[in-house]
Design a protein around this ligand. Structure first.
Ligand code: ZN
Length: 274
């Protein structure tokens, strides 16, 4: 499943190739995604308009049109956005085709159909509702040691579960929660409320360090992630704990152990993480 770094890698690819281009037509091949595709809104707000910018909030891609509307794309479990030459043969699970000027198409492909493509319009202000309740971005100043300390007081859940709660911080999924806790030297099962200010500071820094490095590596490709040009990521080669149970810790040599927390595979070093 794409997490924040993978979505950010896609965003960067789209920003350079899509900004300033016109979306001439939107062709819907399959309306049965997680949410119905807004054919009328595509016509009214997207077709014939230029893209002015490509942003991201949590794991949503925000493609802003000169009409002021935004295409809001969520990749779900298996969604992909990729550029192909106009009229290239259709692949299985190509659900939406954005026909661009300059002989290109952007295609949304999603085998498992948990993804979605929506259009939010400025007149209705419905973007705000969509993002209400999402926590601060991990790179924002709001996600600070003081903030994390406040959010963890009195919480009896394992810190890893809290880190993966999108209302606490946006976009951190299982892989990067595991990795950030290793970098911070914190046992994933430790109760959130037991973290002190220094622990919170290390964890905020750990999240940023791991996410930054993953973005620089083009994301993590465990099964099938590729960027908008079809290139896989390489951060999987740098994973310190995720998927490494039974292998030696790269720092101290102890065997990485695997547990299950809140139903999710959890990896840690028994010596480096307390
Ligand atoms: Zn270790």
């Amino acid at each position: 499943m794409p997490e924040l770094p993978e979505v950010e890698v896609i965003r960067r690819g789209l920003a350079s190739a899509l900004t300033g281009r016109k979306i001439i037509r939107v062709v819907i091949q399959n309306r049965r995604l997680r949410l119905p595709l807004p054919r009328g809104r595509f016509k009214a707000w997207v077709e014939g308009r230029k893209v002015t910018s490509v942003g991201r909030r949590a794991k949503y891609l925000l493609i802003t049109m000169e009409s002021g509307a935004r295409l809001v794309v969520h990749l779900g479990m298996s969604g992909r956005l990729a550029f192909v030459p106009e009229g290239a043969p259709r692949k299985d699970h190509d659900h939406v085709r954005f026909i661009l000027d300059g002989g290109l198409e952007l295609r949304f492909n999603d085998a498992r159909r948990f993804g979605s493509v929506q259009v939010v319009t400025p007149e209705r202000g419905d973007g705000a509702a969509l993002f209400a309740g999402i926590g601060p971005e991990p790179f924002s100043r709001k996600f600070s040691a003081a903030y994390l300390l406040a959010r963890t007081r009195g919480r009896k859940r394992p810190i890893k579960n809290l880190l993966m709660d999108g209302t606490v911080v946006a976009g951190i999924g299982n892989i990067y929660a595991n990795e950030a806790l290793f970098v911070a030297g914190i046992d994933p099962a430790r109760l959130a409320g037991g973290l002190d200010r220094d622990g919170c500071r290390r964890l905020v820094r750990g999240c940023r360090q791991v996410l930054e490095r993953a973005i620089a590596c083009g994301g993590t490709t465990i099964s099938d992630f590729v960027n908008s040009s079809g290139v896989a990521g390489s951060f999987q080669c740098e994973l310190q704990v995720y998927g490494r149970d039974g292998e030696g810790c790269r720092s101290c040599g102890s065997l990485i152990r695997r547990r299950v927390l809140a139903g999710r595979a959890t990896y840690s070093c028994p010596l480096c993480q307390r």
